[in-house]
Design a protein. Structure first.
Length: 395
């Protein structure tokens, strides 16, 4: 896999780390060649046949390494790769026909290479044809034993399994690209929303300011008092416009519980952590915007710590009311932070304090970690100035 967790099967390595990882897997795959090597070193062939076998094995490895490590087009194998693949198949046939049944193991690598290089449908067709070739050649050489069955099984299962792995890698890349596209679309939509909000907020205010400025300019020579009133109105409108812009920008930057819960579900799933959000409902009308923003930041920090540092396998997120308080609790079964309080948790406690809330962190009885963020709820109070609680009716 690469740095993003993307499977590199079916793709040429791009970095040194990817090259080393792919080399390790390739060495493991080459264990089947021990049958061919032992056939050459067993003294069963003439010196000329043995020399031919070593040359053929070397040529096969050169072609196979080219398919594994060589560059290739993004859309699949190109003509050079297909030509090398066909050459490996032909070379394998020649080696089996001239040196015997132990060289059938070369077909295993041809099958795996076909699964990587060819489209899905053609890959299955090629794997079936290679399997039929292995069976036919084995029967021609009289190798009706466990060795033939093992090579035939490795050819079919190895090619089929590699096909599934390649498809999985392609699906992962497509999902990552789709996620990036969705994120870009969401960012563009949010920019459009902010642009619409600013237009709606400032369009009327700026038009009014322009109109009153022109009116004050015309009144100034003859009616200075009325002109001064217009200037005062301009100041009031401009101050209100500034307040509206600040509120719009603050709302644009403040995270929401609903959005952070969706992000938490995605982040935990990507990290392979089972997420339990059954008790994380977001319907809390008594929650002030600042308090919701503080809880959303707390959820983001807790999930980030769980994904990056905890090594957890399960994470539970809940939102519960207790009197006039709302508690966000994030519990995992990992090892928790190694230091008592990092910069993230310290800043989180300060952010909650600004919303009249507080933060507590504890370890669970089984060794996991629990973070609880608490903020106050704003309950509506009934007016007791009249029997009905409604001042307008009392008047």
């Amino acid at each position: 896999m690469d740095e993003n967790g993307d499977m590199m099967i079916g793709r040429a390595p791009e970095t040194r780390r990817q090259f080393l990882a792919k080399s390790c897997w390739t060495v493991l795959y080459l264990t089947y060649l021990l049958y061919a090597v032992s056939d050459l070193t067993g003294g069963r062939h003439t010196p000329a046949a043995t020399a031919f076998g070593w040359c053929g094995l070397g040529a096969f490895l050169v072609g196979y390494f080219y398919l594994v490590f060589g560059p290739r087009p993004d859309g699949g194998a190109g003509r050079p790769q297909l030509a090398v693949l066909a050459g490996l198949f032909a070379l394998s046939l020649v080696m089996v026909l001239t040196l015997g049944g132990p060289w059938l193991v070369l077909m295993v690598y041809v099958s795996i290479s076909s699964a990587v290089m060819l489209p899905l449908r053609r890959a299955f067709q090629a794997i079936g044809a290679i399997g039929a070739t292995v069976l036919t050649l084995g029967l021609l050489h009289g190798d009706v034993d466990n060795g033939l069955l093992m090579v035939l099984t490795a050819t079919l299962l190895g090619g089929g399994a590699m096909t599934a792995v390649v498809q999985m890698g392609r699906t992962m890349r497509e999902l990552r690209e789709a996620r990036a596209a969705v994120a870009q679309l969401a960012a563009n939509e949010e920019r459009l929303r902010l642009a619409r909000d600013l237009h709606d907020l400032l369009g009327h205010s700026l038009s009014l300011i322009t109109l009153k400025s022109e009116l004050a300019g015309r009144m100034l020579p003859d009616r200075p008092e009325q002109a001064a009133q217009q200037v005062a109105d301009i100041e009031r409108v401009s101050r209100q416009a500034l307040v509206d812009v600040r509120e719009a920008v603050t709302g644009f930057r403040r995270p929401t519980l609903e959005g952070e819960l969706a992000g938490a579900r995605t982040a935990l799933a990507a990290a392979g952590i089972t997420a339990d959000l059954t008790r994380a409902g977001t319907g809390h009308p008594d929650l002030a915007p600042d308090a919701e923003g503080a809880l959303a930041w707390a959820l983001r920090e807790a999930v980030t710590n769980t994904v990056r540092h905890s090594g957890a396998r399960r994470c539970e997120i809940s939102l519960t009311e207790n009197g006039n308080e709302l508690h966000l609790t994030v519990t995992d079964d990992g090892r928790g932070p190694q230091r008592p309080h990092g910069n993230g948790l310290t800043g989180l406690a300060e952010r909650l304090a600004l919303a009249d809330g507080h933060l507590t962190t504890t370890r669970t009885p089984r060794g996991g970690f629990r973070l609880r963020a608490t903020v106050p709820l704003v309950r509506p109070t009934a007016d007791t100035s009249s029997p009905t609680g409604n001042p307008e009716r009392a008047s």
